[in-house]
Design a binder for this molecule. Structure first.
Ligand SMILES: [Zn+2]
Length: 122
């Protein structure tokens, strides 16, 4: 059966599909090399969405970011993050949820394992 592309994030945002249905769709794409190679096209992901998804952002977060706006600030250095320019990773920050963290800031994040330290700085 031919797999047709689906705007899964749009459907999810409008409650037209469940996350488990999207996972099934994704699994189906992964079944064949021919569709697997087109996965981001079939999921109708933008470049940024693709990047964030690879970094582990959940479907619901991607949908939220697409329609409500992407995080604009790095929680480590408090400076601007420009999603289109990449150089970030998706990180789940305690109490704040998913954020985009500069790659350069990840080391700092690792060093200050005591999260309270940089939480307090804001
Ligand atoms: Zn930063």
């Amino acid at each position: 059966m031919k797999i047709k592309k689906r705007d899964v994030l749009k459907e999810l945002y409008h409650d037209k599909v469940s996350v488990s249905e999207i996972r099934n769709f994704k699994d189906k794409i992964f079944e064949k090399p021919s569709t697997q190679s087109r996965i981001y096209d079939l999921l109708m992901f933008s470049k940024i969405e693709k990047g964030a998804w690879i970094h582990g952002a959940p479907w619901s977060i991607l949908a939220k970011w697409r329609y409500e706006g992407w995080p604009q600030k790095c929680p480590v250095c408090n400076k601007k993050v420009v999603p289109e320019k990449f150089g970030w990773m998706v990180k789940k920050i305690e109490k704040e949820g998913y954020k985009l963290v500069h790659i350069d800031c990840l080391d700092k994040l690792r060093k200050t394992r005591n999260k309270a330290t940089w939480h307090a700085k804001k």
